[in-house]
Design a protein around this ligand. Structure first.
Ligand code: ZN
Length: 464
């Protein structure tokens, strides 16, 4: 007898944590941080609802912090078992987990300096040492569908999910071979035909399936991002202006570079200086370039003809803060790709000081801008914004490219589900705001007539 309990990403998009228990063993699938509203973030501070030291292993679908960022906290609470993940996920975790720890430490020190804490002193959720301890537990596997023995009664298979580098869907097999229960976790499912990485492979046969629903009530924008980039770069080149692209360091920055390189090779845009101004994005770009097993056919054939499809023809990285500040003195048409993607911190801010008041410049949004961020205010057309403590006017051009997405939309989730060899007994819809999750559940019922659940936080199901 086994059970499955939803300790995160139930009716929300963050905090992914799914607990599989048998009489003797416990395995956690994903170990995500809750993000967003305070009521959710407070859950990160509660004692884990399962004794951390009692877990036999953690399995990770991919490196995003909402799937992995609780790991150092779990280690702090006594977890000391193996953490299974793909090679690409391990590469990105070495970049993302220490960064997440730094943010936690900075936030605690900010609270202490400004006396914004009920607890003195305010402590970080975890530290860089905790993150380093978590990274030591990683056990790297290949996401090619080969079974990996996790405990004496639990095995797992990792397959490409097409969301970011290393992202995997998991099949977890619980029990002995003749009466095993098979549970598939979609993880975050990629958009089909996304640049660089391979498309999601179809789900294997299973009794239970947990599927994400980030876009459960939406479809992607029809304009291909490549066309939008072509238009924006040509306009900027014609008027000699700078193009600033705030981009998430992992995934989006690499897609942008790849598409600019393609446009240059196809002579659809002139070769402009491209500056990658984010050490994290540079590190992630190296990881993306090195994991050949994840590359799609277009990338592989591009890589045969040239050294690196993620390098444009006139590209450099600004490695130090001084390099980055020197960029402010340069003039003429050029493209700066910098993090953070929502302009909520990082080097993109001092570019914003120069670029936002410049009528010749263009800011290009290539990802979601959360309410309350500087990116959202600029994208919404505010005429004056506060950057690094100064009020500055916004006079630059503003472009939004909606077609970039790392998630399957609802039609693509349905397309993926049609590849199941036989109907599962039950489907669980997670990783979506409640409206999205319910919409996705309704689409699945309508299309397949399978039993579908939208689990609540903490809800447990017996896997009979
Ligand atoms: Zn993700």
């Amino acid at each position: 007898m086994a059970s499955l309990t939803f300790w995160g990403a139930a009716g929300t998009v963050t905090g992914s944590k799914y607990l599989i228990e048998t009489k003797r063993q416990r395995v956690l699938v994903d170990c995500g941080l809750f993000q967003g509203p305070r009521s959710l973030r407070e859950r990160n501070w509660e004692e884990a609802p399962f004794p951390a030291a009692s877990l036999d292993a953690v399995l990770l679908t991919h490196a995003h912090i909402d799937h992995t960022g609780y790991l150092p906290r779990l280690v702090r609470q006594g977890f000391n078992g193996p953490v299974y993940c793909s090679r690409g996920t391990a590469d990105l975790l070495r970049i993302l987990l220490p960064d997440s720890a730094r943010l936690q430490e900075e936030e605690a020190s900010y609270r202490n300096r400004h006396q914004l804490t009920r607890h003195t002193p305010a402590l970080p959720l975890y530290t860089e040492e905790d993150a380093a301890a978590a990274l030591k537990l990683m056990k790297v596997v290949i996401n090619d569908g080969q079974p990996v023995r996790i405990t004496d009664s639990i095995a797992a298979e990792f397959r490409i999910a097409g969301h970011i580098l290393g992202s995997s869907q998991l099949l977890v097999r619980v029990g002995s071979s003749d009466d095993a229960r098979r549970i598939v976790f979609s993880g975050d499912l990629g958009k089909y035909d996304q640049p660089i990485i391979r498309d999601p492979v179809g789900p294997p046969e299973c009794e239970y399936l947990v599927v994400e629903s980030t876009y459960g009530d939406r479809l992607h924008e029809p304009e291909p991002p490549k066309l939008a980039l072509e238009r924006i770069i040509n306009t900027a080149a014609a008027r000699g202006g700078v193009v600033l692209i705030p981009a998430f360091a992992v995934g989006r920055a690499q897609e942008v570079l790849y598409l600019i390189r393609e446009l240059e090779d196809e002579k659809r845009v002139p070769v402009l200086p491209v500056i990658l101004d984010s050490p994290m994005a540079s590190a992630a770009t190296r990881a993306y370039a090195s994991r050949k097993e994840e590359h799609d056919e277009a990338y592989l054939s591009a890589a045969e003809g040239k050294a690196n499809p993620l390098r444009t023809h006139s590209m450099r990285a600004a490695n130090t803060r001084e390099d980055s500040k020197r960029l402010n003195r340069e003039t003429g048409a050029r493209v700066i790709v910098s993090a953070s993607g929502m302009m909520s911190g990082g080097r993109v801010l001092h570019h914003a000081l120069r670029v936002l008041p410049d009528e010749n410049a263009t800011v290009v949004f290539v990802g979601y801008q959360a309410a309350g961020t500087l990116g959202r205010r600029v994208a919404d057309g505010e005429k004056e914004v506060k950057v690094l403590g100064q009020w500055i006017p916004v006079r630059c051009g503003i472009e939004k490219i909606g077609g970039f997405s790392a998630h399957a939309d609802w039609q693509e989730v349905i397309r993926w589900l049609t590849e199941l060899p036989s109907p599962p007994r039950r489907i669980f819809v997670t990783h979506g705001e409640l409206g999205s999750a319910n919409a996705m559940a309704a689409r699945i019922r309508e299309r397949f007539n399978w039993p579908v659940e939208v689990p609540e936080h903490g809800q447990q199901f017996q896997l009979a």
